[in-house]
Design a protein around this ligand. Sequence first.
Ligand SMILES: CC(C)(COP(=O)(O)OP(=O)(O)OC[C@H]1O[C@@H](n2cnc3c(N)ncnc32)[C@H](O)[C@@H]1OP(=O)(O)O)[C@@H](O)C(=O)NCCC(=O)NCCS
Length: 301
Amino acid sequence: MVETSDEWITSRTGIKERHIAAAHESTSDFAAKAALKAMANAGLNGDQIDLIIVATVTPDMPFPSTACQVQQKIGALRAVAFDIEAACSGFIYGLEIARQFIANHACETVLVIGADKLSSIVDWTDRNTCVLFGDGAAAAIVQHRPNSAGVMAAVMGADGSKGSVLCVPAGGSRLPASTETLIKRQHFIRMNGKETFKNAVQAMQAAGEEVLRRCGLAVSDLACIIPHQANRRIIDAVAERLEARPEQVFVNVDRFGNTSAASVGIALSEAVETGRVQRGDLVLLLVFGAGFTWGAAVVEW
Ligand SMILES: CC(C)(COP(=O)(O)OP(=O)(O)OC[C@H]1O[C@@H](n2cnc3c(N)ncnc32)[C@H](O)[C@@H]1OP(=O)(O)O)[C@@H](O)C(=O)NCCC(=O)NCCS
């Protein structure tokens, strides 16, 4: 579709494989699948979920929310449901919102989902972006546990002055869909890759250092560091700046590409399933995305 090569993609991004949803699948379809898997792992049924938070930039439609779509698909009809939009940072934003609801005793059980069908907003004629993104969903059940720290601390940040560096210009209230916006391909992702790259490295390093400081921890205390899986070179640069050992850093961008809000959730899930993260381990999650937005969280698994 574009002039590129496997050699270019591999050497500049580290990506070898991606997953693309079927045309008939919407974000809530695979968000619900991830949710049901998380609920089965936790031994919960739909009635026990108090709140559903879906982080996504590719909702099924502008409204109703994707969280409401998921609610009926998983039979969680008691749950409050809403979406949040923090692009690739959505999973940590969602986790922190869940933590606050639980800390305030407003909820007992929160379902946090990061899900995106980025293939639906990728411009397959733009080689700067079309080689990077994949589709996916990840879900986590968040509850209070008396004998475990869980999400120990999280930091989040945003810089709206950089909004145009990575965006989908049309389809909202600023540029509603029209023949002109379609012709100009303004419903697809636009990105200044170099600017995004530089800001991603700086923000994830700073957020990581800040959250560790708040927890009184050093990088050497961490069993695993799970950065947003956007580009292998970004991951390596962040790891180097944090002075992490290579074996501390979890990488699966080679097999999934950038799955946006699902990225660190999918990586955490894989790390747990493969035994890379064990009960009691301290894990650092790092995210960065459009907005710009960023965040970091320390989790005792
Ligand atoms: C997109 C990205 C991989 C590009 O890598 P880069 O090393 O910065 O490459 P550049 O932008 O300098 O482009 C170098 C050249 O490769 C070309 N190029 C871009 N994409 C290409 C592709 N898929 N295949 C071949 N060549 C490509 C560019 O056109 C440019 O050519 P030019 O010098 O003739 O203009 C990198 O900037 C990146 O990963 N940025 C962050 C992306 C991201 O994480 N986004 C989501 C954040 S949540």
